[in-house]
Design a protein around this ligand. Structure first.
Ligand code: GP9
Ligand code: MN
Length: 676
């Protein structure tokens, strides 16, 4: 036994002596894999992801032995750079979005170069760069080894191919060990890839990124595979659900009316509830919401396609694509959309936007959704005032009114989508141009100790902060909406028109911006300590719930003054409006909110929300929203619906399932006719 231990000791010693560079590469890469989880999702000591990291690093490292020892540094260093950069990018992404970066997102953002400055202004923290130590360690070890003549010595003893084989086997053993620890949930989630946080937690960052790379190629590859299984799932889903169309007091109330949809860029409900020095941030939205039907518990369901995803979900009542975006990768499919259904009723459909029509591929997508024309940028507007990404909202709306007037005179009915732009991250251009009107400081009265007189003092509060700039920008957008409604009214365009305003998604601000807002002490101009009794915690759930956006349905002639407090999602807009305007989409995944008993809103990452609970599918944790508890059966039921909604939407998107289903149906009918 002693002999065995001694020989093991000697062998290990010899191994380490002649594999210093490889071992450094493996150890530093695995440590960074642990570090990124420690600084993001937090489960750094878990064996499963550690095994996955180790297996990947060993397999990658094994190939290094095919190089001569003096050339191995170049190989290992290149991989160290790749791993370090992955850690930095993902750390930065997590800092800003509490999720992990995706290749499909990168590919998408290459299409939208204009967002560049928005990205630059996102926050980077020192911790995002701590992974660089791996490169320094590799350089240091290489220098040291060179000095000691290590590579020449190793060249005499190393049999590269055999080492590569052994290392590969070691890597595969780790991989086998790791796979044996996986359960069916893990495997299911890996193949779907939408639950990114979960995948990094269970599989480590390197496996996540490799899997992401493969799934980002899916848009090109996947239509070729797996159709039959998905088609069966699709048929079963729609066959098994209740097809009765329910009516309620809102049924057909807007039949024959024009519709103006205002796509309110990045407006969150949070902003509507705020006042600074007694001034509302959104006086116009507040007024419209009091007069119309105001959905105060409404969520966008966007994924990496942000604005374009919301346009898709609103117009189709489907969820965004799992990988890639509908606008870029799957715009040419046959979707059942609001414009198409309204066209059957004789409507003319248009969209207008103060940015380039190629942004989010809109010129193609809108046409495919059934819009007759897109008015955009310099093509249709005079670029007389530029703020942020393009034409300012006020100029855009001002120039849009005569165009709408013209349309209304030439068509029986119209459906128009007005895509706003100025309130787009980074929200700073308006302030830079001095066009902001809202003051976001905190004014209070105090007695001047020198004069003994009362005076007003201003504490900076949100001035100069990102949230402050955002709210100034929301205030501008609100005022642009107010001006638009007034101008439409002056032209008589509100008489037979329904105006729908929706926030397209949240502002993607960091949690710390809200923590600062809720815990600011104007008297010391600083933030309260977290152990202060007045400190207000703003946890991850508060953050998620705060991502709500407004939805308002308003008409000039009828004051509804109704607040709908039930939870609602972007995919419920089409069925809800459909009930009011008289159209119906058989494939809708959302519901008419006025006919639904208990609604559920599914998010693209698999989380979902009802009036009772916010369910985090990554953590399998429910956050209670009402005193009435939710049963475990309901949790199962809604989790299943969340999976179905995501999967069915994805099948429709990837395989063009609606078109294929229609073709099959007409074939069946043809056959029935033939056979009598
Ligand atoms: C760009 C605008 C913004 O034209 O619609 O898109 P987003 O970055 O919010 O997806
Ligand atoms: Mn947007």
């Amino acid at each position: 036994m002693k002999q065995l231990i001694d020989s093991f000791k000697n062998n290990s010693k010899n191994y380490f002596k002649t594999n210093i560079l490889f071992v450094t590469f493996v150890v530093t890469s695995v440590i960074n894999g642990i570090l990124i989880r420690a600084l993001t999702v937090g489960n750094f000591l878990q064996l499963k992801p550690m095994m996955a990291d180790l297996a990947i690093v060993l397999i990658v490292g094994a190939l290094g032995y095919f190089f001569k020892p003096k050339n191995q540094f170049k190989y290992f260093f290149t991989w160290s750079i790749i791993f370090t950069v992955l850690c930095i990018i993902n750390s930065m992404y997590y800092t800003n979005y509490l999720s992990f970066a995706s290749m499909s997102l990168l590919a998408t953002s290459l299409q939208i170069v204009d967002v560049g400055d928005a990205v630059v202004e996102n926050v980077m923290e020192i911790k995002d760069f701590c992974y660089i130590w791996q490169l320094l360690a590799m350089i240091f070890v290489n220098k040291f080894l060179k000095k000691k003549g290590y590579y020449e010595k190793v060249a005499k003893v190393e049999k590269g191919k055999i080492r590569a084989m052994y290392t590969l086997v070691a890597g595969l053993i780790c991989l086998g060990f790791f796979i044996s620890m996986l359960n069916s949930l893990d495997i299911g989630r890996l193949s779907k890839q939408w639950n990114r946080e979960y995948i990094v937690m269970q599989f480590g960052l390197y496996a996540y990124q490799a899997n992401d790379l493969v799934s980002s190629l899916k848009p090109q590859i996947s239509p070729l595979f797996g159709y039959d299984e998905k088609a069966k799932e699709f048929r079963e889903f729609y066959d098994n659900r209740d097809k009765t169309i329910k009516t309620n007091k809102y049924t057909n109330i807007f039949e024959g009316r024009n519709v103006i949809m205002i796509h309110a860029e990045s407006i969150q409900t949070f902003a509507m509830n705020l006042k600074f020095n007694n001034k509302e941030v959104t006086p116009n939205l507040n007024k419209l919401s009091k007069e119309g039907i105001y959905f105060s518990n409404f969520y966008a369901q966007e994924s990496v396609g942000t604005s374009s995803d919301s346009e898709f979900t609103l117009n189709t009542s489907l969820m965004p694509a799992n990988s890639g975006t509908v606008a870029i990768n799957y715009w040419d499919r046959d979707y059942v959309t609001i414009p198409k259904l309204l066209k059957e009723k004789g409507y003319y459909n248009f969209s207008m936007h103060g940015n380039n029509g190629s942004f989010w591929n809109r010129l193609n997508v809108h046409k495919s959704y059934g819009y007759d024309r897109m008015y955009h940028y310099s093509n249709d507007f005079e670029l007389d005032e530029m703020i942020g990404l393009g034409l300012s909202d006020k100029s855009f709306f001002r120039q849009a009114v005569p165009k709408i007037k013209d349309i209304s005179e030439n068509h029986k009915n119209f459906y128009g989508t007005m895509i706003m732009l100025t309130n787009h991250t980074p929200f700073s251009d308006l302030v830079k141009q001095g066009k902001d009107e809202l003051e976001v400081d905190y004014k209070y009265k105090t007695v001047n100790p020198k004069t003994g007189k009362k005076e007003t003092v201003s504490a900076p509060f949100l001035e100069g902060t990102k949230l402050g700039n955002y709210l100034k920008s929301v205030n501008y957008a609100d005022s642009a909406i107010g001006q638009f409604i007034d101008d439409l009214d002056k032209e008589g365009l509100l008489e037979n028109t329904v105006v729908v305003i929706y926030g397209d998604h949240d502002a993607k601000l960091k949690k710390s911006e809200y923590e600062y807002y809720y815990n600011y002490d104007p008297y010391t101009d600083s933030m309260l300590d977290s152990d202060d009794p007045n400190y207000k915690e703003f946890n991850n759930y508060d953050y998620e719930l705060n991502r709500k956006v407004p939805l308002i349905i308003w008409t000039k002639d009828k004051k509804f003054s109704t607040e709908v407090k039930e939870v609602m999602g972007m995919y419920d807009v089409m069925p809800t409006l459909g009930n009011m305007l008289g159209f119906h989409n058989d494939y809708a995944l959302g519901s008419d909110i006025f006919s639904k008993k208990e609604n559920v809103v599914v998010f693209p990452d698999g989380n979902w929300i009802t009036d009772k609970v916010y369910y985090n599918s990554q953590k399998e944790e429910s956050y209670q929203l009402s005193s009435e508890p939710i049963s475990s059966d309901d949790i199962k039921k809604y989790s299943k619906y969340a999976e179905d909604a995501i999967s069915i939407s994805n099948s429709i998107i990837v395989y063009d399932m609606i078109k294929k289903n229609n073709e099959t149906q007409s074939l069946i009918k043809e056959n029935e006719v033939k056979n009598g």
